[in-house]
Ligand binder design. Structure first.
Ligand code: 9WN
Length: 414
């Protein structure tokens, strides 16, 4: 019988095996570099047994910060032909070879939690990190707002690559001149569980556009066909702003502007409420069209400090009716696909972010229930990248860093 203790040991082993010294890869083979939000989650996992290593993870992430404050979604510390697109395709010139886009800015919120677990040198680490985290927040506020909501300029930025949220926007894009390239992801895992070639052409087309514009945000805002105000970016930015305000106040930093930012982002979050759908939704900024999607990101409202009775009713229903919640796409939707990446599968990492938000907002019963269900899913089906929400079967990469970290920091503790 697998005990909680032995699962804890296995989870630590995964973090240790995926540890490259000062950063952690998400999984061997499929993802051989440092990813931004994966790294923030890894730090939380390390904080359970090696607090110094937790800080190092975050410090390495911010060592890749660009001079304008942007923190890239991938840091290519060492070349690896197993992943495409690599640094040569992105054409960026930050301090470390990197991609030119961001990912959900959860690092500040995770740093605050690491700090809470640190009885020693935490304040010293955090004091050094704080101005960098604030600079990234300011970059987002400067470049990515639409009516106060935070926009994504590439599906990869949200971490929800092929979510149906982007379908209408992607369908309008012409990628006929993208040229020849070879996908590497499908050499590691089952192609039926991955984004389609139609989507990949558009992912690469957007990378080519960014590169041609030298990742100039003003030019991208003018010229990119992809600009979507999204719950992932908005709620994580809002949660981070609140955490930056709290940490800055406690550490004695100048927090001028953060209270205003929080108000702006709260107003932005309200613009993501789709009344017809009855849920937080994504909104194409260029066409003004709703995506019409209830995704797992819709439930990140609590992480952003926003309460919603309607989202709570939905969550309770999902917890009762979906065998392995929370699905990344509504099972009643025509676009639902139980295996294909972000079009249905359950991601333990998103569950934890939803759960931490619920806990923060005082919804203890639902937070505990979600943690218990996520723990059961991992103990029955392992530390997979993601899971079929109907059968629980594991999919994608194995021995996955963030699933192990989720077990250590949250799901294995119930
Ligand atoms: C592109 C690393 C990342 C996660 C994302 C997930 C997937 C990359 C890919 O893997 O995205 O960034 O190549 O598919 O969608 O959430 O951070 O685990």
């Amino acid at each position: 019988m697998t005990t909680t203790h032995s699962l804890g040991q296995a989870a630590r082993q995964i973090l240790i095996q995926n540890d490259k010294g000062c950063y952690t890869i998400p999984t061997k083979g499929l993802y051989p570099y440092q990813w931004n939000w994966d790294s923030a989650i890894a730090a939380l996992g390390f904080a359970e047994f090696d607090i110094t290593r937790a800080w190092i993870e975050l410090e390495t992430l911010f060592s890749g910060q660009w001079s304008d404050g942007m923190v890239p979604h991938i840091l290519f510390h060492q070349p690896d032909p197993g992943y495409f697109p690599g640094p040569d395709v992105w054409g960026c010139d930050g301090p470390i070879p990197s991609s030119g886009i961001i990912q959900p800015p959860i690092a500040a919120s995770m740093a605050r939690r690491v700090w809470e677990k640190d009885t020693g040198a935490g304040a010293t680490h955090l004091t050094a990190l704080y101005p960098k985290m604030l600079a990234w927040h300011r970059w987002i506020m400067q470049w990515r707002l639409d009516r106060g909501a935070v926009c994504t300029t590439h599906p990869w930025e949200t971490g929800r690559d092929n979510a149906p949220d982007w379908d209408k926007t992607m369908a309008r894009m012409d990628a006929s001149d993208v040229g020849e390239y070879t996908r590497r992801d499908t050499t590691h895992v089952n192609s039926d569980d991955r984004p389609t070639n139609f989507d990949y052409d558009r992912y690469i087309k957007l990378v080519q556009l960014g590169r041609n514009l030298h990742w100039d945000q003003a030019a991208l805002r003018e010229q990119s066909p992809f600009r979507v105000a999204d719950p992932t970016m908005t709620f994580t930015t809002l949660g981070a702003a609140r955490d930056l305000l709290a940490m800055g106040t406690e550490l004695g930093f100048d927090t001028t502007g953060l209270t205003e930012d929080i108000k702006t982002l709260e107003a932005g979050a309200a613009t993501l409420w789709n009344t017809d759908l009855g849920a937080f939704d994504s909104r194409d900024v260029l066409s003004g069209e709703w995506a019409g999607c209830v995704s797992s990101a819709s439930y990140l409202c609590w992480l952003g400090g926003i309460d919603s009775d309607q989202m709570m009713d939905r969550l309770r229903n999902t917890l009762e009716t979906v065998p392995y919640p929370v699905p990344s796409n509504d099972p009643d939707s025509d676009t639902f696909d139980a295996r294909r990446y972000w079009r249905g599968p359950t991601w333990a990492v998103v569950n934890m972010l939803i759960g931490l938000g619920l806990e923060q907002q005082g919804h203890h019963a639902e937070a505990t229930e979600l943690a218990r269900k996520t723990g059961a899913l991992i103990s029955e089906h392992g530390f997979a990248e993601y899971f079929d929400p109907l059968s629980g079967s594991p999919a994608g990469g194995k021995s996955f860093t963030w699933t192990a970290a989720v077990w250590l920091a949250w799901a294995g503790r119930t």
